[in-house]
Structure formats: C-alpha cells, structure tokens
Design a protein around this ligand. Structure first.
Ligand code: MN3
Length: 195
C-alpha cells in the first residue's frame, strides 16, 4: 500500500460529548479510510505510487478529477483531526495570538468569521484559517479543494461535509461549528502551522 490511514491523534471517544465516538467511527473509520483506499487504487502501478501526497495534490489540482479529490481528502482529514483536541478551545497564545489580534481585532472576531465561512459554504466543503502572503485570512473551499492549491498555508480547518456533523447535530451545522470553535480547537497545533 502506497498510502496508509494515519492514526487518529486521540481515542475515538476522546472528543465526546461534542463529537461522538460514533461520528468518528464513521468519519475516520469509514470516510477517511475510504479516501485512502481509493487513492491507493488510483495510483497502483502508476508514478503516483512513489510520490508524496502533497505532490499528487498539486499535480492533479488542475483537473480536479478522482485522483485530486481522493488525495486532497486524505490530506484534509488528517489535517482536520490534528486541528482538534480533547479539552481544546480556549485561546491561542504567542505569535498566533498576536497575529489574530492584528488581523481580526480579537479572537471572537476570528471565530465569527470562521463560523460565517463554515455556515456559508453551500453544500460540501471546508472552512479554513490560512496564511496568505504573511496575512491571516479566513476562506472556504468546496468539496476537496484546499489552501495548498491556492499557494496558501493552512493553519486550521473545519470539515463542513454533512458526514462531519449529521449524527450528532443533524441539520444544525452552525451548532457544530460553534462547538468546534469553543470546545475543540487545538490552538497549539494551529500555532505550530505558522512556522
Ligand atoms: Mn469529512
């Protein structure tokens, strides 16, 4: 197997009561795993087998076909799991805190922008905090698209595909997003992505 499903950085029940073990068992154990399996199928016997995930994403970004979609979804989900932590939330510190204050005025303002992006993404996709030419920005992307293909550095993301929240929140995407922002963000990981 060229690509492997990375281990979750915490136990499947570790994000409860906010995100259930049942959601993670499907979202990580089925959806994320399926993207890895499909990617392996697509690169079998091809140059992609020996490429890095990032190389595949960048080289297939123009067509946005199955190879891009599965490779990018593998990357996006691995990144998303790392953006969350049991006992997450709270406030960032250090350089990240300074940059948030300079760029958005306050952490609350940043959270408002992230929520608006996440709720405003029509259909499936992702909301992001990115570094774009030295500036923090909030963005959103449809389907599997991500900041890498726009020459931006991803700092944080929220998956807003329905499979991310439907078992726990049903149609209430805004409540899911608010819960992630208030209770689960791993600000330490987000800050590390600045470097
Ligand atoms: Mn997902």
């Amino acid at each position: 197997m060229a690509f492997e499903l990375p281990k979750l950085p915490y136990a499947q029940e570790a994000l409860e009561p906010h995100i259930s073990a049942k959601t993670l068992s499907f979202h990580y154990g089925k959806h994320h795993a399926a993207y890895v399996a499909k990617l392996n199928e697509l690169v079998a016997g091809k140059p992609g087998e020996k490429q890095k995930l990032e190389e595949i994403i960048l080289s297939s970004a123009k067509e946005k076909g199955p190879l891009f979609n599965n490779a990018a979804q593998v990357w996006n989900h691995t990144f998303f799991w790392n953006c969350l932590a049991p006992n997450g939330g709270g406030a960032p510190s250090g350089v990240l805190a300074d940059k948030i204050k300079a760029g958005f005025g306050s952490l609350d303002k940043l959270k408002e922008e992230l929520k608006a992006a996440a709720v405003g993404q029509f259909g499936s996709g992702w909301a992001w905090l990115v570094l774009d030419r030295g500036q923090l920005k909030v963005t959103k992307t449809p389907n599997a698209e991500n900041p890498m293909i726009l020459d931006q550095t991803a700092l944080f993301t929220i998956d807003v595909w329905e499979h991310a929240y439907y078992l726990d929140f049903q149609n209430r995407r805004p409540d899911f997003v608010q819960t992630v922002l208030d209770k689960l963000v791993n600000w330490e990981f987000v800050g590390r992505n600045l470097r």
